[in-house]
Design a protein around this ligand. Structure first.
Ligand SMILES: Cc1cc2nc3c(=O)[nH]c(=O)nc-3n(C[C@H](O)[C@H](O)[C@H](O)COP(=O)(O)OP(=O)(O)OC[C@H]3O[C@@H](n4cnc5c(N)ncnc54)[C@H](O)[C@@H]3O)c2cc1C
Length: 483
């Protein structure tokens, strides 16, 4: 098997028996056709179809080193600047398709797996089998083009104590026992976006673990088939309300579910374990393998696509209602352009300063990527605010498709016309703006951009503590000493 098509993706999902709790209903299959998921699942299927479209396939795939068949570009371990560019172009093609709204397309975690598997010898420090396991697992995901989700953080019960100390350590997913074949997991992790329709769940480390015996049972990294016995998802209320694309242009296509993950004695065979009982290894998981750099390279590519969308939307909106000439409007548009150009410059700097890591993988420079991941969560929050400010009452003059095509059609065409658009077209544009800045879907997008990569407050702390400020302190001291 190689890069999947949309129907292959849907076919596998149809056979999966993923356990999902949603709105009082228990699903053990049929996720692809459930109203909460069917539209977003089809948007994902379109992305898989793109891998076979002659217009995109050369960018989206490369020949498998094992079979020669095309596999997804996100699995390509970059050795040359051209490889890095190809990886970015592939992510951009997918991101453009959803206006940057789909955060968990396969390329996000496939990039992590590529970097982790390339760092096979780093895993082998603890046990040579872990090195073998991560390589074999990556190859399986690549050859079968599986869709992964991941879950990292402990339940949010009491952040005043480490996750391992909440409710006497029983809440946070932990290893309860080991047998001849593997480990058994019990407890929960807070969230997995797209959990209900992924093929695989990566249970990876996140919070800093203490290197003492008490944290041993919480220190692990493994992968679980999404319909493994004992694995359950508790999904939040869906924000796709089954409305037509005209009315909810984004929510009806790109609503990625989030779900709490419960492990009820889930057995994980040893060959699916990549680290066990080693807090130090878990704490270095992303940085020392360069996985975080490749993930952030994908994220920055996606958020650039999203910012381009916001700029296009706001430009059409300001043009439509004739407000482009006002200076404060221009200041808001300039703010979006500044964000866009900053993200582009950081992406370019990360690629220009890329260097081979110790495992021979060309790795985008971390400093510009780290800057981007510290900036964007805050900068994005301004976008819905700007769209609300500029759209004003127009965001409430947004009748539905049934009205636009119904008895009110003539009134809408006349009274909702704008400087550049007829009434029906103006409504379509403003409904898109509404779904970007007011709907529940847009609220979740803002929350996602703020938090999905970690708490910006703690990312800032990590940024400061990892940044070498000695040269700058020395320069100031030297100035003071100059007399
Ligand atoms: C839409 C969405 C999708 C997500 N998808 C996934 C996913 O697929 N997989 C996954 O693993 N995770 C996912 N996450 C979780 C994400 O990683 C976390 O939201 C993020 O790490 C912050 O943790 P938290 O939500 O538990 O916030 P908390 O840690 O509970 O923080 C709550 C507030 O308290 C403050 N606070 C708490 N502890 C401290 C501290 N020690 N120091 C300073 N301030 C503190 C925070 O700054 C914040 O303001 C997702 C989150 C969202 C919102």
């Amino acid at each position: 098997m190689a890069a999947r098509s949309g129907s292959e993706f849907l076919g596998r999902l149809a056979a999966a028996r993923v356990h999902v709790q949603i709105q009082g209903e228990t699903l053990t299959g049929g996720v692809a056709d459930h109203p909460a998921f069917r539209n977003v699942v089809r948007s994902y299927a379109e992305l898989y179809d793109m891998q076979h479209d002659p217009a995109y396939r050369d960018v989206l795939t490369y020949p498998s080193p094992v079979t020669g068949d095309p596999v997804a570009t996100a699995f390509l371990a970059p050795r040359t600047p051209q490889d890095l560019v190809k990886r970015r172009q592939a992510s951009k093609l997918w991101a453009d398709r959803s206006l940057g709204m789909l955060g968990r397309t396969g390329d996000y975690l496939n990039s992590a797996l590529m970097a982790l598997a390339s760092a096979q010898e780093w895993f082998a420090q603890a046990d040579p089998r872990f090195g073998e396991n991560i390589r074999r697992y990556y190859e399986q995901v690549r050859e079968e083009d599986l869709l992964c989700t991941h879950t990292l953080i402990p339940p949010q019960a009491n952040r005043a104590v480490p996750g391992s100390q909440q409710a006497a350590g029983s809440l946070m997913a932990h290893i309860t026992r080991e047998d001849d074949n593997g480990i058994v997991l019990r407890g929960a992790r807070m969230l997995a976006t797209i959990g209900p329709f992924a093929d695989e769940l990566l249970v990876f480390p996140s919070t800093v673990l203490r290197n003492d015996p008490a944290d041993k049972q919480y220190s692990f990294a493994c992968a679980i088939p999404n319909d493994a016995p004992g694995l359950r998802y508790i999904a939040r209320e869906p924000l796709d309300y089954g409305r037509p694309g005209h009315d909810h242009p984004l929510g009806s296509r790109f609503e990625e579910p989030d779900a709490v993950v419960v492990f009820d004695d889930v057995h994980v065979p040893y060959e699916r374990c990549f680290a066990l009982g080693d807090a130090e290894l878990c704490n270095g998981f992303y940085l020392e393998t360069s996985a975080v750099a490749h993930m952030t390279h994908q994220v920055l590519t996606r958020t650039t696509a999203k910012t381009e969308y916001i700029l296009g939307l706001v430009s059409l909106l300001t043009q439509a209602i004739g407000i482009e000439q006002f200076q404060h409007v221009q200041a808001d548009v300039a703010e979006i352009i500044t964000t866009l150009e900053t993200m582009r410059a950081l992406l370019r700097a990360a690629e220009a300063d890329a260097a081979l890591n110790q495992f021979g993988v060309l790795t985008p420079a971390w400093a510009p990527l780290n800057t981007a991941r510290n900036l964007y969560p805050r900068l994005y929050q301004r976008f819905p605010e700007i769209v609300r400010k500029l759209g004003a009452s127009g965001l409430m003059a947004t009748p539905t498709e049934a009205d636009v095509t119904g008895p009110a059609a003539a009134d809408i065409e006349t009274y909702l016309q704008s400087a550049t658009l007829g009434g029906a077209d103006r409504v379509r544009l403003f409904r898109l703006a509404w779904d970007t800045c007011i709907s529940a879907f847009s609220g979740r997008q803002a929350l996602y951009e703020y938090y999905f990569f970690g708490d910006p407050v703690r990312m800032a702390s990590a940024y400061v503590s990892g940044y070498d400020r000695e040269p700058y302190k020395a320069a100031v001291r030297a100035f003071l000493d100059r007399g």
